[in-house]
Design a protein around this ligand. Structure first.
Ligand code: BUP
Length: 454
């Protein structure tokens, strides 16, 4: 690295949605001349994560791996069964062990970038040893506003449950879009979310994987002292973080090469959203009825290590036989970035995990949103406002029994693929995204300013 260049340590959290932007940030910082240490926790929750970390470190030997051994942790003591939330907690409770690991690093660490889900326990520990703590917010600026305002909302509310949340200076997040765990004050995720929200003000800065053309209003509200009257550290948009070529895994898809331009709808609900067997059948029917070509990534378990059932068993051999000509159904990991960038892909039926939204934006691929849980409805709202896609608000959500019928899914998919106006507006946003991450774009400059400050 260049003389005098900062040494930045990155601490990602559990789950592909958190790991992916950190891998991309690591490469972006390293490409800008920084020394980068990448803190890893083994074993990872999913095998997708361990493969990604191994591929990243192999492709970029200049990144320094730092193996973080966690303190003993008893998951049964917590009111959650979500393996990812429990891992967040295990890492959070090991914060006191990080300074010793960092102290051994040479050259000395100049700053640490911590994942949002971990920040409330790490920030005080890092401050204690005089290390600047930045955070990377891995979701939308709208979600950051909710995170920043939520502690004040909880403190001021007079009703028992959580209702519509009016974010000062921005917009109201309706009750139905609030992540389900947040309705339960005793949920482990709620405790983490509120603690992390409270400490935001003390961070040296907040990096966020979004861009101005998509979320100008939210970024202005956050930086203009509207969301948190006491003020926040600078919220710096650095996205959409660019994919790291050659290490995001997956198999090449010769099938796509054989399809006409913009004819295929890509269907994926992310790395950790499982769908019920019945809903999966209906989705299959819907894709078949749409008459469109499709590439469908099937997931039936929250953690990939537990995927055992074969496609034939999930969807039936007959179905797979029937759709063979027009549809490719795959189980396991695909290279989503490559798929979204492929000329054959003309639409994306997506759960609206934030990484997926930013990837679709970068490639100008229109989205049909079917958010399922967590921050996904907030994200779907952002992408619909930004002209990137359509969100069918009535479709089922975490905790609901409702099954969306194939007929309706098929109709909406066809609409997505036939809407020329939407295609044009998604393409426009794609151009803005590409501009933003260029060296002289808003996000490119944001990253350079962050590095300059260190
Ligand atoms: Br599935 C799948 N290939 O097969 P999100 C996902 N991805 O490359 P999530 C693949 O994983 P959280 C696959 O491109 C994106 O970068 C995808 O992140 C990639 O949603 C990432 O979209 C998934 O944020 O995470 O997985 O639900 O719940 O943590 O947001």
């Amino acid at each position: 690295s260049r003389r005098g260049a900062p040494h930045i340590a990155l601490l990602p959290s559990a789950g592909m949605g958190h790991l992916t932007p950190f891998c991309r940030l690591a490469v972006a910082l390293s490409d800008s001349g920084c020394d980068v240490s990448f803190i890893t926790v083994q074993p990872t929750v999913s095998s997708a994560e361990s493969r990604r970390v191994a591929a990243l470190l192999a492709a970029f030997p200049r990144l320094r791996p730092l193996d973080f051994r966690l303190a003993d942790f008893d998951p049964s003591a917590f009111a959650s069964t979500d393996p990812f939330f429990l891992r967040f907690e295990a890492i959070r409770r090991s914060a006191h062990l990080l300074p010793a690991l960092l102290a051994a690093a040479s050259p000395p660490v100049s700053a640490v970038v911590v994942d949002i889900s971990l920040v409330s326990t790490f920030l005080p520990v890092l401050a204690g040893v005089g290390l600047p703590c930045y955070l990377l917010f891995t979701a939308s600026a709208a979600m950051l506003s909710l995170c920043a305002h939520f502690p004040a909302y909880i403190a001021a509310k007079t009703t028992a449950g959580v209702g519509d949340v009016e974010i000062p200076g921005l917009r109201t997040v309706p009750k139905s879009s609030i992540p389900l765990p947040l309705h339960d004050p005793n949920n482990l995720f709620t405790t983490q979310f509120v603690e992390n929200g409270r400490i935001l003000q003390k961070a040296c800065g907040i990096l966020i994987n979004t861009f101005h053309a998509l979320e100008q209003e939210a970024l202005d509200a956050l930086n203009g002292g509207k969301v948190v009257p006491a003020g926040l550290p600078p919220v710096v948009a650095i996205g959409p973080l660019k994919p790291v070529i050659g290490c995001e895994g997956g198999s090449p898809l010769p099938w796509l090469d054989a399809q006409p331009a913009r004819s295929v709808v890509y269907v994926s609900f992310g790395s950790r959203t499982a769908m019920s067997a019945e809903q999966m059948k209906e989705l299959g029917t819907g894709l078949e009825r749409s008459g469109c070509r499709f590439l469908w990534v099937v997931k039936s378990k929250v953690v990939d290590r537990e995927e055992e059932v074969e496609l034939e068993e999930l969807l039936g051999e007959e179905y797979l036989e029937r759709v063979r000509e027009r549809g490719l159904v795959v189980k396991g990991w695909v290279e989503q970035e490559e798929i979204l960038g492929h000329v054959a892909v003309g639409g994306f039926l997506s759960h609206c995990g934030w990484n997926s939204v930013t990837e679709a934006a970068l490639h100008g691929v229109p989205i049909l949103a079917w958010p399922r849980l967590g921050d996904q409805r907030v994200n779907a709202d952002v992408m619909a406002r930004g002209g990137l896609g359509i969100w069918v608000k009535e479709w089922s959500w975490e905790g609901e029994e409702k099954v969306v019928r194939g007929e309706e899914i098929g109709e909406r998919v066809r609409e997505l693929m036939e809407d020329e106006g939407l295609r044009a507006s998604a393409a426009r946003l794609g151009k803005e995204a590409v501009k933003a991450v260029a060296v002289d774009g808003s996000s490119g400059k944001g990253l350079a300013e962050f590095i300059g400050k260190l």
